[in-house]
Design a protein around this ligand. Structure first.
Ligand code: BG6
Ligand code: MG
Length: 211
């Protein structure tokens, strides 16, 4: 039996896509790049700088490293302002109840997110209290699909990857989970991905996996 669940944050526990989209869109529009929600979907689970590279590749121009750093900083500033709109009500009761139930069943729970804004989001949404460990964009050098963020989360919990499930909405996240030797649970976009081990429709379906 597995001992722990490691959850991606954005798109699994809460929904920040619209804020990422809005913040990137301002920059893309200024640079006349054809950024839309379809491209935004490709940014799931991908780090900030890699997301920027994907957006800049929509145009034919090249940019200096300094310009790229400036764009990324600008995006993050706009994004963090938008995150101030988040409140605990942005996390569904279904999510909170499922996390509580998993704890009652004796599982350890961790976060495994590429985002450097994880502490701010956990705070705004009052989510931190459910987790025994947090591994995020601040403690890794390689982003998903590299397994580093999940391996660190397992290590912080004191377990091996074989002891843990990964819960993800992004293909890059499922690839990271598989690369690290985890059993992967896919929700949303990742539920239809061929590499996902267990597909679920709604968050509480995790309980059926766990029992
Ligand atoms: C992931 C999101 O959780 O974090 C990506 O799915 C995002 O879309 C990445 O690019 C990095 O986020 P941040 O907050 O560090 O810019
Ligand atoms: Mg995600």
């Amino acid at each position: 039996m597995k001992k722990a669940f490691i959850f991606d944050l954005d798109g699994v526990l809460c929904f920040t896509d619209k804020y990422h989209y809005e913040a990137w869109k301002t920059i893309a529009d200024r640079l006349s790049l054809p950024f839309d929600e379809k491209v935004n979907d490709r940014l799931r689970g991908v780090s900030r700088m890699e997301s920027l590279e994907i957006i800049l590749s929509l145009g034919g121009k090249t940019y200096t490293e300094d310009e790229k750093v400036k764009f990324a900083e600008e995006k993050n500033e706009a994004y963090r302002k938008l995150l101030e709109n988040m409140t605990p009500s942005d996390v569904a009761d279904e999510v909170r109840n499922t996390l509580k139930e998993l704890h009652k069943c004796g599982y350890k729970l961790a976060i495994g997110s590429s985002s450097k804004n994880t502490p701010l989001i956990l705070d705004r949404c009052d989510l931190k209290k459910y987790f025994d460990a947090v591994s995020d964009g601040n403690n890794i050098t390689r982003s998903k699909p590299d397994p580093e963020v999940f391996l660190k989360a397992a290590e912080y919990l004191g377990f091996n990857s074989g002891d843990c499930y990964i819960v993800e909405d992004a293909e890059a996240g499922i690839d990271a989970g598989k690369a690290g030797g985890f059993v992967t649970i896919g929700i949303g976009c990742a539920a239809g991905y061929e590499k996902t081990d267990i597909a679920i429709k709604t968050f509480k379906d995790i309980l059926r996996t766990a029992i």
